[in-house]
Design a protein around this ligand. Structure first.
Ligand SMILES: Cc1cc2nc3c(=O)[nH]c(=O)nc-3n(C[C@H](O)[C@H](O)[C@H](O)COP(=O)(O)OP(=O)(O)OC[C@H]3O[C@@H](n4cnc5c(N)ncnc54)[C@H](O)[C@@H]3O)c2cc1C
Ligand SMILES: O=C(O)CCC(=O)C(=O)O
Length: 338
């Protein structure tokens, strides 16, 4: 029996998670990840990798909760296993602080992180400019470690990886039975999605090994996330900005804002500056369609547009993409019987 040939376009956290889920769940699949950039050169590699999210406005909250919880549970199991350091996944605790008391002090994911609660007045004293805060333990998934680990897991399960820029899905129509589009911001050109836009993010990596807690200002413009080898200081969220170069003035601004939150950073040594373009979209796209490519009908599953929450939602959306592939195989029995 010939296997079902599946092409996954994209080797960021979304593409690799989706490829692993399909390869491990569908034994008669032959999955190839095609990408023009691999770790450490994807946007995912720039991410702080913290499990945290804002809401997509038009996607049912239940669905977003499921994506968050499934990713959290998957990564927590890794964090609790001997694989944790090899996969770059670990628990991290800290504070989110607000200048004004929010109307709703409980984000949609508050039941899934560990120990979510409101900060006490004593805890808030450390942040004199802030009136309200939340304390919780979430996960950090460092993609420069996690993506190589996912690639190894994929290859071990029988998947393949190929360096190829896909300029048109027609290129793949004759070579694969199912196509999964996890091209992030690249989907703007690949499938002409004008709803996608870049949200530029610049971060600093500093040496400050005494810091053990994260601190995040609720506007998402200032955050301090201690990690395995360095502390990530952020950030910027510049909508529509395509610049990949680093900006010295912005670095100075990030450092200044972070020092106001965490004065001990005055002693921190800066190791590097990075920029990434988040795949911004009003709502992420997770759906399937049937495309007529080079004389045959080919199911295409889209899974892109995760904005600033691609690591947070990676496993949950990959499991939904897998379900869409399974539906394609049921509805197109010629594929299931290959
Ligand atoms: C500064 C910063 C901090 C962040 N922090 C966090 C965080 O703490 N938590 C969180 O959840 N998220 C965070 N994010 C967001 C996160 O990085 C993204 O949501 C995530 O990386 C998107 O993953 P992706 O796999 O869709 O895209 P990418 O990582 O961009 O991968 C896209 C892949 O598609 C390939 N590709 C594209 N077009 C083509 C083509 N035509 N042919 C072949 N291959 C193609 C690329 O080569 C690449 O392999 C942050 C982002 C930034 C910039
Ligand atoms: O916003 C955060 O706190 C985590 C970092 C992030 O998700 C981002 O910068 O996109």
């Amino acid at each position: 029996m010939r296997k079902v040939g599946v092409a996954v376009v994209g080797a960021g956290v979304v593409g690799l998670s989706t490829a692993v889920c399909i390869t491990e769940a569908i034994p008669h699949s032959d999955v190839t990840v095609l990408a023009d950039r691999f770790t450490p050169n994807t946007t995912s590699d720039v991410a702080a990798g913290v499990l945290f999210a804002d809401e997509f406005p038009d996607i049912p909250l239940e669905q977003q909760r499921r994506w968050f919880k499934r990713t959290f549970d998957h990564l927590l199991a890794i964090a609790d296993s001997p694989e944790a350091s090899l996969a770059g996944v670990f628990l991290c605790s800290g504070f989110q602080v607000f200048r004004e008391v929010p109307d709703d002090g409980k984000p949609f994911w508050s039941d899934y992180v560990l120990g979510f609660r409101t900060m006490t007045d004593e805890e808030l004293k450390r942040f004199p400019q802030y009136k309200f805060g939340q304390v919780f333990t979430t996960l950090k998934c460092e993609c420069t470690v996690y993506l190589p680990w996912l690639q190894s897991r994929l290859i071990k399960a029988g998947g393949k990886i190929k360096n190829e820029k896909v300029t048109d899905l027609h290129q793949l129509g004759q070579r694969y039975d199912v196509i999964i589009n996890c091209s992030g911001l690249g989907a703007r050109d690949l499938v002409g999605d004008g709803e996608l836009y870049p949200v530029r993010g610049q971060i600093l990596k500093v040496q400050a090994p005494w810091l053990k807690h994260f601190v995040r200002a609720s506007d998402g413009q200032t955050y301090i996330y201690p990690g395995m080898a360095s502390v990530t200081l952020g950030g910027t969220r510049q909508i529509g900005d395509w610049r990949l170069e680093t900006d010295a003035e912005e670095s100075a601004g990030i450092m200044e804002r972070c020092r106001l939150l965490e004065p001990s950073l005055r002693g921190a040594v800066c190791q590097g500056v990075q920029v990434g373009l988040r795949p911004g979209r009003r709502n992420l796209r997770l759906e399937r369609e049937l495309l007529h490519l080079q004389g045959r009908w080919v199911p295409v599953v889209h899974n892109y547009g995760h904005g600033g929450w691609g690591i947070t939602l990676s496993w949950g959306t990959a499991l939904d993409a897998l379900q869409l592939v399974q539906q394609c195989l049921t509805e197109h029995p010629q594929l299931a019987k290959l």
